[in-house]
Design a protein around this ligand. Structure first.
Ligand SMILES: [Zn+2]
Length: 210
């Protein structure tokens, strides 16, 4: 079951104190509508009832998909490792910690599509390096994101100032490459690990330094 609470939050525009519904946890078991709302970012979107200013408010939120067996925790500080989480890991759960709304949504999409998010970060990193080595400048890139996955092809979107380009990477090839270096791609935190661009950069920069 999902858990919500009402919190007082000041409108960033006019300062009126608003009572907003925040999801402490989201359980999407059999609730496709709620899942859509989360992926659209709607649970973080609000409108002031006085000045009608629209804004996004980020708050700690635990997303749980019991069918696909994963949890993504949006939290401003690291998640405490708790031994009872081992029960979930034993059931085959993937647990991830993310720090912002964009990463929260992207991570849910990746895990919802049944992918290994480490391979997706790998593909994002490769796509970025390929872009700056062969196509353009790093300063022009405003973001690198997971787009979608169809027929073994992982699509990554590179956003530039005025346009976006899509790269395509065979997913199985990445999985095989990672399997050759299990120590390299191992996660430090067995519980709510943070698998983000910094995580993959640290791996490759560490490999170069070694
Ligand atoms: Zn307002």
């Amino acid at each position: 079951m999902s858990k919500t609470n009402i919190r007082v939050f000041k409108c960033p525009h006019c300062g009126k104190e608003l009572s907003l519904k925040f999801y402490e946890s989201v359980n999407v078991n059999d609730d496709e509508d709620l899942k859509r709302q989360v992926i659209a970012g709607d649970i973080f979107r609000f409108e002031c009832d006085k000045c009608h200013y629209r804004f996004m408010a980020c708050y700690d939120c635990l997303y749980h998909d019991p069918q696909k067996k994963f949890m993504v925790y949006l939290k401003s500080s690291p998640v405490d490792s708790q031994e009872q989480l081992r029960l979930l890991l034993d059931k085959g759960y993937v647990l991830r910690w993310v720090k912002d709304i964009g990463s929260f949504i992207e991570k849910i999409e990746i895990l919802n599509d049944g992918l290994d998010d480490r391979a997706v970060e790998f593909a994002k990193y490769d796509s970025f390096i390929d872009y700056i080595q062969n196509k353009g400048k790093a300063e022009d890139v405003t973001g690198v994101y997971y787009q979608d996955y169809v027929d073994d092809i992982l699509k990554i979107k590179i956003e530039l100032d005025d346009k976006a380009i899509t790269t395509m990477t065979p997913y199985e090839g990445l999985i095989q490459e990672m399997a050759e270096y299990p120590e390299m791609f191992k996660l430090d935190d067995p519980f709510f690990a943070c698998v983000d661009p910094k995580w993959i950069i640290d791996i490759f920069e560490g490999a170069q330094a070694a």
